[in-house]
Design a binder for this molecule. Structure first.
Ligand SMILES: [Fe+2]
Length: 273
């Protein structure tokens, strides 16, 4: 797959069999939580996040929790360590995988601020009552995504809803460190309204450079399209549909690890579709 973002050509090669999708548009058969917003056509928006004092607490607690996760993974952190310099500390891929295993599937009672602040804020953004709880598996979790510069840490282009249990939600990308126009999430505006037949993808999880990803990888897109790197600043949040094509966000910085929080919300009391 070769694609271009901000004038930069990026590519990855997914091994194994591929197949174009069927003639349906998945979001037409689901709850589209962008539907009541002014950005329903694009499928994403950068929104103001928290009241300033609360954001300060959020950021401090997020870094403290991240450091605790890394320590739990066996990493020794020097005094006054800057999280965006993470890549200088991990000696090899195995240490990295062991460390980031501890930054995934964190329960929302560990979220850097009371999760109700986030639920209230994003409910207001989407004009509906949302909760950070998956109605399919009943989990309330979030993740830190840690993408080293010039690495293959980032997952390929995909839709989240190609995995089970992610239907009907809204996704958050919250920058914690090292997120800028060279490293932030890549997405295809409007692609949540594409039929599956516009996309060829790997069958099952992707295998790229020997690394296995849970999600299938986009291997070809039929017709013209744009990819952008929205760049949420401190105290902003990128809100986007899980039906959008996104990912493939290689970190092009030389000496900055990109760290973000990933959180999903669903309609409160949502019926399973
Ligand atoms: Fe994703």
């Amino acid at each position: 797959m070769e694609y271009s973002v901000n004038g930069q050509v990026l590519r990855y090669s997914a091994e194994g069999e591929t197949k174009p999708g069927s003639d349906i548009c998945l979001v037409d058969h689901a709850q589209d939580l962008t539907a009541k917003t002014s950005w329903a056509a694009e499928g994403y928006s950068i929104e103001p996040f928290l009241e300033n004092g609360l954001y300060k607490i959020f950021q401090q607690n997020a870094v403290a929790l991240l450091f605790q996760c890394w320590r739990d993974g066996g990493l020794f952190l020097p005094h006054n360590f800057q999280p965006e310099l993470y890549h200088r500390l991990v000696p090899d891929q195995q240490s990295h995988l062991r460390t980031v295993e501890h930054t995934k599937l964190l329960t929302t009672d560990r979220f850097p601020v009371d999760i109700r602040h986030i639920q209230d804020r994003i409910s207001a953004v989407c004009s509906q009552d949302l909760i950070a709880k998956n109605p399919f598996d009943h989990q309330s979790v979030f993740h830190f995504r840690v993408i080293r510069p010039g690495s293959g840490d980032n997952n390929p282009l995909h839709r989240d809803v190609w995995l089970k249990d992610y239907s009907d939600c809204i996704n958050l990308y919250i920058s914690i460190a090292g997120s800028n126009t060279l490293s932030s999430l890549v997405l295809a505006p409007g692609s949540h309204h594409w039929k599956e037949s516009r996309i060829e993808k790997s069958i099952g999880g992707a295998l790229i450079n020997g690394q296995k990803f849970n999600v299938p990888a986009v291997t070809r897109i039929f017709g013209s399209y744009d990819l952008v790197r929205p760049d949420p600043k401190p105290n902003e949040v990128l809100v986007f549909s899980p039906y959008l094509i996104h990912g493939g966000a290689v970190n092009l910085n030389n000496d900055l690890t990109r760290i973000s929080i990933e959180l999903r919300l669903w309609r409160r009391n949502s019926e399973l579709t």
